[in-house]
Design a protein around this ligand. Structure first.
Ligand code: GDP
Ligand code: MG
Length: 177
């Protein structure tokens, strides 16, 4: 976060975590560029993307980080988490194992963070209702137990993607302003 004579400017680092193939990269590309990739390979090279929103007449920049496939090796580096003030913890509503991993991701996040982090539990791929494996209720209960916001999204059809990021950004803003 910076300030100058013109007014305040805000820059928030947000990380996206969760098992491989839950849709992290597509949530980010949908939010930052309105793009979706059906056959996305692990993103190479791209560390983060930014998108700005206006809150209280101020420009608030979200710098959103993608793991770029590191999670396949269970080795997301501490640099990834450093300075993060927001996090989306993503699972795939059609694969129970990805839901079971949420606790481990939360532990890793907590280990690496030294400030208040606004956290959103995200059940992605809600367009795949016919093969749903985790109910909305289960997602809600876990979020409540762990003190997280909760939302279901679809990076494919855009459902709630903007909302998921913006709830986190607004929560961070209210934490610091
Ligand atoms: P990541 O490994 O967590 O970054 O996941 P990706 O964003 O690479 O997505 C993994 C696969 O899931 C890709 O084939 C995507 O096209 C697909 N995918 C991602 N989000 C959605 C979604 O909301 N709905 C559906 N049906 N497929 C999705
Ligand atoms: Mg990815």
């Amino acid at each position: 976060m910076d300030s100058d004579e013109e007014g305040e400017e805000y820059l928030f680092k947000i990380v996206i975590i969760g098992d491989s193939a839950v849709g992290k990269s597509n949530l980010l590309s949908r939010y930052a560029r309105n793009e979706f990739n059906l056959h996305s390979k692990a993103t190479i090279g791209v560390e983060f993307q930014t998108r700005s929103i206006e809150i209280d007449g101020k420009e608030v920049k979200a710098q959103i980080w993608d793991t770029a496939g590191q999670e396949r090796f269970r080795a997301v580096t501490s640099a990834y988490y450093r300075g993060a003030v927001g996090a989306l913890i993503v699972y795939d509503i059609t694969r129970h194992t990805t839901f079971e991993s949420v606790k481990r991701w939360l532990e890793e996040l907590n280990t690496h963070s030294d400030t208040t982090v606004a956290k959103m539990l995200v059940g992605n791929k809600c367009d795949l209702e016919n093969i749903r494996d985790i109910s909305v209720e289960e997602g809600k209960n876990l979020a409540e137990a762990e003190g997280l916001f909760f939302i279901e999204t679809s990076a494919l059809d855009s459902t709630n993607v903007k909302k998921a990021f913006e709830i986190v950004i607004r929560e961070i803003y209210s934490n610091v302003s």
